[in-house]
Ligand binder design. Structure first.
Ligand code: G3H
Ligand code: ZN
Length: 284
């Protein structure tokens, strides 16, 4: 069934595993991720950035595509459709009205008081609709869609606790050194702060920039209350690799099913690997 992230993440936190958010880019992503979740008996979060939503034809198209595929697959595991890095109240409202079951309001770039105000407004609307809300503090490095962050800003533990208490969000993404896209060398995550935030803030934590984080760091993050891990780049890398291989081996190939089909299997295999690593397999 289509659900919000609230219960999903509270259950994950209580049982010390994390649910993966895998970003959608087109039809094949929805297919691969839903197939992986059902096979693994894992809850799953489908992440949709504003840019990817536009690319696929709008939020209504995304919701219709997810719903009808779930119907034809007979999906039994819990699935959330989540707006990733929503840039404004308006963007979140649009997603909520289109049928998204969860939204992220990313108001972390401006002053703290503005973040509290915008996030509170989103929570008020979202909760009327039974939609869960994720907020962010600090700055995740790297680039996502058109949002480029130069330099990483670590979330302040006191502000994290205050944001949670004043807004009523369902989960919190504190930026602690993670980066969108590949890491240059090993990631250097702020585990001291993560532990502090995890015990002070009562909500599940979210880790952005899941691509390229070593398993030992994933496990440690989960032990400090991280219950949602976002992955996008890794699926894109594996998909592109297979498309390149197929087209290199068959230069005359023009049937999209012949290169998108195998690359869809690569996305599915990658997602299955992450679900096992995050511990969400066999939890649905
Ligand atoms: O919000 C999406 C993510 O944080 C994805 O990060 O592309 O580095 O895996 P990634
Ligand atoms: Zn992110």
């Amino acid at each position: 069934p289509l659900v919000s992230m609230k219960e999903m993440l509270e259950t994950a936190k209580a049982n010390s595993y994390a649910v993966g958010q895998f970003n959608l880019n087109n039809l094949e992503y929805v297919q691969a991720i839903l197939q992986a979740a059902e096979e693994e008996k894992s809850p799953v979060i489908l992440g949709v950035s504003e840019g990817a939503g536009k690319y696929m034809g709008g939020y209504n198209v995304v919701v219709a595509m997810v719903k009808s595929l779930m119907e034809s697959y007979g999906t039994t595991v819990p699935v959330a459709i989540h707006l990733d890095h929503g840039s404004s109240f308006e963007a979140c409202a649009k997603a909520i009205h289109a049928g998204f079951t969860s939204v992220m309001i990313d108001a972390s770039h401006g002053p703290f008081e503005d973040n509290v105000a915008t996030t509170s407004k989103v929570v008020e609307l979202a909760h009327i609709h039974g939609v869960s809300v994720e907020a962010e503090l600090g700055v995740v490095g790297g680039q996502e869609d058109d949002v480029i962050a130069d330099g990483v800003i670590y979330a302040d533990p006191k502000e994290c606790q205050e944001l949670v208490e004043r807004t009523g969000i369902d989960c919190l993404a504190p930026a602690l050194g993670s980066v969108h896209g590949p890491y240059k060398g090993e990631p250097n995550l702020g585990f001291k702060e993560m532990e502090e935030i995890g015990s002070a803030a009562s909500v599940p934590l979210v880790l952005h920039g899941g691509t390229g984080i070593p398993t030992k760091d994933i496990k440690r993050a989960i032990s400090y209350g991280t219950s949602k891990i976002n992955v996008n780049t890794e699926n894109q890398i594996q998909q592109a690799k297979v498309v390149r291989e197929v087209l290199a081996a068959q230069p005359d190939q023009i049937d999209p099913r012949k290169y998108l089909g195998p690359s869809r299997d690569a996305i599915k295999a990658t997602v299955i690997g992450k679900m096992r690593e995050f511990g969400s397999s066999n939890q649905a």
